[in-house]
Design a protein around this ligand. Structure first.
Ligand SMILES: C[S@@+](CC[C@H](N)C(=O)[O-])C[C@H]1O[C@@H](n2cnc3c(N)ncnc32)[C@H](O)[C@@H]1O
Length: 273
């Protein structure tokens, strides 16, 4: 990777991941069927924020989390050892391309906000399918940064978002990966493929949570600030202008905004004949 991971691994970023998971959980987990699953793996579990939500909502699950970053796994251990509900979660430092698990051991394998950071999605998805049992499912909830819209449009936010996306592409990631998941699953011969939009941020649909959602988006865009400025993709002046733009959005309920994700659900090629 030519330049550092866009969000970095600071304590502030680790805290942001926990807040992000909580703010987005009502949409990220909406309609996901886990009652018939027993063993679930999250690839790219970060600080364990999604695993904590899963343990709370589906206490019957045996949970395993994998992340390639040692500092994320350590943070996940700190977050998850605190409560009896999460104390038995298995955390493993490993790369998504080489999962240290036998074939077909999991009923569900999930990724959340992870595939945008990998250079090639297909081998990662292939490895996820290897560890999924034939009638199990992989569920990938991922970004499509082309969906971020403000109405009326805000040129400061739009400019910053373009810098953010360009930086992520330069680090080998894909900020538009959500729109490519369906084709990747088809190319891999997956079965029972379903792809749906997930309205994670929608100020009209979630009007009562508007302030929370504005603040979430502001923090998401600013999470790249350190690296964007250090690597010459943005300036301090631009960062201050971005903060002012978000203050205007926050103060004016007439400004609408949305940011939608994509959820792919599919079964391994060996499924269903
Ligand atoms: C934005 S975080 C999302 C964390 C978590 N899924 C959540 O929603 O809070 C992305 C995570 O993917 C991890 N990651 C990126 N590439 C990876 C790879 N090849 N193998 C394993 N983990 C990876 C990063 O270390 C980071 O912790």
């Amino acid at each position: 990777m030519a330049q550092p991971y866009i969000h970095g691994f600071s304590t502030a970023e680790q805290r942001r991941l926990i807040e992000q998971a909580q703010v987005l959980a009502p949409r990220v987990f909406e309609g996901i069927e886990l009652t018939d699953a027993r063993h679930l793996l999250e690839i790219g579990c970060g600080v364990g924020a999604e695993l904590a939500i899963l343990a709370e909502g589906w206490p019957h699950l045996r949970l395993t989390g994998v992340d390639r970053s040692g500092s994320q796994i350590s943070a996940a251990r700190r977050l998850l050892t605190g409560s009896p509900k999460t104390a038995n979660i298995n955390l493993v430092q490993a790369d998504a391309l080489h999962l240290p698990f036998p074939d077909a051991g999991f009923d569900r394998v999930i990724t959340i906000w992870m595939l945008e950071h990998v250079a090639e999605v297909r081998p990662v998805m292939d490895e996820a399918l290897r560890v999924t049992r034939p009638r199990g499912k992989i569920i990938c909830t991922e970004v499509d940064n082309a969906t971020l819209r403000f109405d009326p449009p805000d040129p400061v936010i739009e400019d910053w978002w373009q810098c953010f996306n360009r930086y992520q592409q330069a680090t080998g990631g894909d900020p538009f990966v959500g729109s490519k998941l369906d084709a990747t699953a088809r190319a891999l011969g997956c079965k029972e493929i379903e792809t749906q939009g997930v309205a994670v941020i929608d100020s009209l649909r979630d009007a009562e949570r508007r302030t929370l959602l504005v603040d979430y988006l502001r923090d998401l865009l600013l999470s790249g600030a350190g690296n964007l400025i250090a690597q010459g993709y943005a300036t301090e002046t631009h960062r201050r202008a971005l903060q002012a733009a978000f203050a205007r959005v926050r103060a004016n309920p007439a400004i609408a905004f949305r940011y939608h994700a994509v959820r792919l659900t599919c079964s391994p090629p060996a499924c269903c004949g």
